[in-house]
Design a protein around this ligand. Sequence first.
Ligand code: CAA
Ligand code: NAD
Length: 286
Amino acid sequence: MADIAGFKCAGIIGGGQMGAGIAQVFATYGIKTILVDINPKQIETAKTTINGSLEKLASKAVISLEQKSAGLSNISYASDLNSLKDCDIVIEAIIESERIKTELFQSLDKIVKPSCILASNTSSIPITRLAAATSRPDKFIGMHFMNPVPLMKLVEIIPGIATSEDTTKQILDLATGLGKETSRSADYPGFVVNRILMPMINEAFNALMEGVATAEDIDKGMKLGTNQPMGPLTLADFVGLDTCYAILKVLHEGMGDPRYAPSPLLAKYVEAGWYGRKTKRGVYKY
Ligand code: CAA
Ligand code: NAD
């Protein structure tokens, strides 16, 4: 079994779109990977997603056949956190809720070995606060992958105030060893990417709410007018409207500035359970 920057075994918690993608990348690079989700249905969905993605990437020669078989053979699936006790790193990618993440890290901290690094893929929740819930804030860091993980180059690296420089260096080396580019951000609300991306998405919802244009015209305007791969409303559906809403609430609370207040229309979609692609309905129907 391979290692990258000394990491031989990785645990990923949360088998949704991000966790499945992160597990896939680790496994493709030869790391023993354990993917944990509390929802057995989601484990089945993650397996299907990972197998389909590996198949597609191999058929397009984006990954080699060896990487494809590594991706298939290096992942095991579990529902119990105890299966992560021998991991060198655990990356949390569960829903964007500070309370639920904090509870998870408190339990995890008691299970994994003292040398294990804990990382969160949170989009916005302060790393320093999550780290403070554990006995190892020096070994705690934000490792923010972008969606879809197997295709997107960037991992944003966010040390908390107590993260050691050693931990940060190891994680920068790990991300590079996984074929990613890194950018470093201080631990302020939304870090860099979402501090800038989410206000754009929010403004698209406000424009839609005010009847400035249809969803299609807003997306077409931004996609073709500013050369983005997806318009902001399509991207919001892709990210998950529940996640966008949670991020905006963190930005709004953390910055204390009304300009980050989530659009009432975005709030309404989330209240209706229209989370985007993952629920087959968001701004658009899928
Ligand atoms: N694995 C393998 N293949 C995948 C895939 C995956 N996980 N996801 C998509 N693909 C495939 C598609 O199926 C498609 O395959 P075919 O050509 O065989 O149909 C192929 O990739 C290319 O897709 P498309 O032709 O539909 O579109 P594209 O060329 O534009 O690429 C994309 C797709 C990379 C998703 C591109 O649309 C894109 O870059 N979109 C923006 C993504 C983005 O901004 N991500 C960041 C979101 S913000 C974030 O992640 C942070 C946060 O905290 C919220
Ligand atoms: P998702 O809703 O697709 O998946 C979340 C998964 O977590 C679900 O499978 C759920 O069953 C599982 N889960 C919930 N509580 C759990 C627990 N206590 N233990 C184990 N599993 C649990 O969400 P996602 O889009 O994959 O986002 C996950 C995280 O990644 C969030 O923090 C989000 O902000 C962040 N993120 C999302 C994106 C994106 O574009 N969606 C991009 C970067 C980062």
